[in-house]
Design a protein around this ligand. Structure first.
Ligand SMILES: Cc1ncc(COP(=O)(O)O)c(C=O)c1O
Length: 308
């Protein structure tokens, strides 16, 4: 899906015209992948554009930077205000939002501590990341031969730019093989996560999800779904899951800001449940869309309005 040009990109405190939002070819992060980013969505609601759990995403952005020992030269409040202003100036009712902090042009070499951190925020309209059909009918997933990197290699708790080579390798492998999304196992062989989504299975009326110790990112959509499920009286347990637990699940779905809540119809060609999106998955997906679009007042505290 090509990115659609927007009016502005926020770069180091300024709103820069889209076509001028460029970096030098000797930007440190381009060479060594030393950067952190976030993925956030704004949705159209009856009270105008609202950014879903913006503060939680910005807080995770700082946590990622802390893991990499990068200083972000703005406060969280400044970045929250900058994000709202950018969404407003770009005239989006709904959009995807990408804050990024990276070692910029100036120093080269592997010592990241001497570099200068540049910060940018971009926005663009982005539809269903795994396709409308995937959202409605479920996706076909395959376990990749690429393992998720572990906390002592590239900490998966940080959303690092370079770390996503791991996800991209897994994605390319399964797309080439004719599947929609890759599942990655940890070095120990337990289920970790997808390339940009957390995993849930439904088993005997409960939700099971791999813990962060498996190398999964602590997803904000995962936390959202866990809370919504709890409010429906459904328990979630973090568990060490084997690939066979996925094959034998009653239902399965994956969660992420870009992908949203997507049912999984098969894993490695083993049909999950009936092969149709399951009852619990469908209900959680329905509630998720109600919440993010401002149609469920019980969760209004997760919506950060662009105006007001
Ligand atoms: C590797 C990975 N796992 C899981 C997720 C889901 O996280 P969230 O729900 O916070 O978007 C993402 C997306 O940020 C991701 O990149």
């Amino acid at each position: 899906m090509p990115i659609q040009a927007m009016k502005y990109v926020w770069m180091n405190g300024e709103l820069v015209p889209f076509e001028d939002a460029n970096v030098h070819v000797l930007t440190h992060a381009l060479h060594y992948g030393y950067g952190v980013f976030e993925g956030i969505r704004a949705y159209e609601t009856p009270q105008g554009s609202a950014i879903f759990r913006l503060t939680d995403h910005i807080n995770r952005f700082y946590e990622s930077a802390k893991i990499l020992m990068m200083e972000i030269p703005y406060t969280a409040t400044e970045l929250i205000e900058a994000t709202k202003r950018l969404v407003d100036e770009n005239g989006h009712a709904s959009c995807y939002i990408r804050p990024i902090a990276y070692l910029g042009y100036g120093e080269m070499g592997l010592n990241p501590l001497t570099g200068k951190t540049d910060v940018a925020i971009a926005t663009w309209p982005w539809g269903a990341y795994l396709g409308e059909e995937g959202l409605a009918r479920g996706i076909r997933a395959k376990i990749s031969s690429f393992k998720r990197h572990d906390p002592n290699i590239i900490p998966p708790a940080a959303k690092t730019t370079g770390g996503y080579i791991n996800s991209a390798l897994a994605k390319a492998e399964v797309i080439k093989a004719g599947y929609d999304e890759a599942i990655m196992l940890s070095g120990q062989g337990n289920v970790s996560e997808c390339t940009g989504e957390n995993i849930f299975i439904v088993k005997n009326g409960m939700l099971l999800t791999p813990s962060d110790a498996s190398g999964a990112l602590s997803g904000i959509t995962r936390k959202t779904i866990t809370q919504v499920a709890k409010d429906m009286g459904i328990e979630t347990h973090e568990a060490q899951l084997l690939r066979t637990d996925l094959y034998l699940a009653d239902e399965m779905f994956i969660t992420g800001t870009a992908a949203e809540v997507v049912p999984v119809s098969s894993v490695d060609d083993r049909v999950i449940g009936t092969g149709e999106p399951g009852k619990i998955s469908k209900e959680l997906q329905r509630r998720y869309f109600q919440i993010v679009t401002g149609s469920d007042p019980a969760y209004d505290h997760w919506l950060e309005y662009v105006k007001g």
